[in-house]
Design a protein around this ligand. Structure first.
Ligand code: NDP
Ligand code: 2IT
Length: 444
């Protein structure tokens, strides 16, 4: 049996009931056979066995009291996956679906994504099965304070630096930062995505969505096409989706549909970004509300049918496994020529196969959505310097990073004989830096 296959079997055996983690590892390992052949030193140093086993996993009770005085208990997680190239870095997700499998798949992806940014950050991820939806600000604050009371024992500016993800935005980061500072009596860059008044970086809010579109623009233009005049479908209506919309529009595309977990809105004239921002960012309401003042906007119940809409470019920016084989086939049949993963692992392995076999230009998550964590790393640099760069400076750095990631992934694909396959290219380019660092540092 090949070394890669052996490692995959062990991962499945050792981590039963973790389908998302298996999926993420399988997608990466299936790209690495030729790398392992070319570099026997990686097998000799047990790099794959070590890289698929987190350095540390922390699970903890998060008790808090709701507004009615009822005692609530949630589960908290932080998976510190790999610190070969820098302190653990990755977001926190608050969503009822969060479990160990989800946190491990996200943490594993983060190792290679962070490596691709070219910046010194290792891989980690965390979160809780807490649902911020429908909670008051006071409840969210008490939850965050309880969560940080435990998490603060394991993180620090040079140890592990969490940030946002689904359900964790600037409000939650503020409460988490305030509690960390109080507990540790230390003002440090221990979280990213902070408010601009207390150490946040300009462009971090926009970074993942902007970065996704910068990356896809590079890929699309290299293939003689453009966002200009393109009809674009974006799933989700959270942080990533909103700023992807903004950049697509700036580049001359029209975003004709967006969604939340209840349903989607469709507007052939273009979904109005300001309305989305007010309803989702400010009022924290459902996307359905976006039809109220816009006559041309239609609402449809159920989020998965968004992929039935005919479009040129699809940007899944909601959650994992939102595009399956059938949805992928529909997109191809309707003439979609490019797909960019803003969310983490939004396409199943079968869906990716459909896209690659049909020549769809495909931007895989760990390359295409790396702009968020890259800008987080820029926030860490600014915190260390006790200085802040202008919007234009951070935006330019972000753009350069996304272009570099595109170049690295496409070069690696060419080098390994699969020109144009950015899934394989990104996996290989991200892997080699971490693997070399692990070999150099000995068996730890
Ligand atoms: P937000 O919480 O801001 O928004 C999430 C959006 O996705 C909401 O519209 C939400 O709808 C929808 N959504 C969430 N879960 C589901 C579900 N199970 N089914 C359907 N829709 C769902 O999160 P972000 O925008 O930050 O994150 C979106 C994706 O991007 C995630 O995969 C995340 O891991 C990834 N990502 C985020 C980065 C960041 O910097 N924030 C960086 C890189 C990747 P509803 O309101 O109904 O819940
Ligand atoms: O998936 C991701 O890359 C993020 N949620 C952002 C992580 C970060 O540390 O900014």
């Amino acid at each position: 049996m090949s070394y890669v296959k052996e490692v995959m079997d062990t991962v499945i055996k050792r981590n039963p009931n973790e389908p998302e983690f298996h999926q993420a590892v399988k997608e990466v390992l299936s790209s690495l056979e030729p790398v392992i052949e070319k570099h026997p030193e990686y097998a000799e140093a047990g790099v794959l066995e070590r890289m698929t086993e987190p350095e540390r996993m922390i699970m903890f009770r998060v008790p808090w009291v709701d507004d009615k005085g009822k005692i609530m208990v949630n589960r908290g997680f932080r998976v510190q996956f790999n610190s070969a190239i820098g302190p653990y870095k990755g977001g926190l997700r608050f969503h009822p679906s969060v479990n160990l499998s989800i946190v491990k798949f996200l943490g594993f992806e983060q190792i290679l994504k962070n490596s691709l940014t070219g910046l010194p950050i290792g891989g980690g991820k965390g979160g809780s099965d807490f649902d911020p939806k429908g909670k008051s600000d006071a409840e969210v604050m008490r939850f965050c304070q309880s969560f940080m009371t435990e998490l603060s024992k394991y993180i620090g500016a040079d140890i592990d630096v969490p940030a946002g993800d689904i359900g964790v935005g600037s409000r939650e980061i503020g409460y988490l930062f305030g509690m960390y500072k109080r507990l540790k009596n230390s003002y440090e860059g221990v979280l990213t995505g902070k408010g601009l008044e207390y150490g946040g970086s300009l462009v971090r809010t926009e970074a993942t969505g902007y970065g996704l579109v910068y990356f896809m623009d590079e890929l699309i233009r290299a293939n003689g096409k453009s966002f200009k005049g393109a009809k674009v479908v974006i799933s989700g209506s959270g942080n990533v989706a909103i700023y992807a919309h903004q950049k697509v529009t700036e580049l001359g595309g029209t975003v004709i549909a967006m969604s939340d977990s209840d349903g989607f809105i469709y507007d052939p004239k273009g979904v109005d970004l300001n309305t989305i921002k007010i309803v989702k960012e400010k009022e924290r309401k459902r996307i359905k509300e976006c039809t109220l003042n816009n006559k041309s906007t239609q609402y449809y119940e159920g989020c998965s049918n968004i992929w039935d809409i005919k479009c040129d470019i699809a940007l899944p920016c909601a959650t994992q496994n939102e595009i399956d084989e059938n949805a992928a086939k529909k997109l191809v049949k309707n003439g979609c020529f490019a797909v960019g993963e803003g969310a983490n692992m939004p396409c199943t392995i079968e869906a990716i196969d459909v896209f690659l076999k049909n020549g769809v230009l495909f931007g895989p998550a760990k390359a295409a959505n790396a702009g968020g964590v890259a800008t987080s790393a820029l926030e860490m640099s600014q915190n260390s310097m006790r200085y802040s760069w202008s919007f234009e400076e951070v935006d330019l750095r972000l753009k350069n990073i996304m272009v570099n990631i595109y170049n690295k992934a496409s070069q690696a694909a060419i080098e390994y004989g699969v020109s144009g396959n950015l899934v394989v290219g990104a996996n290989i380019a991200g892997f080699i830096k971490v693997a070399d660092a692990m070999v150099a540092q000995g068996i730890v």
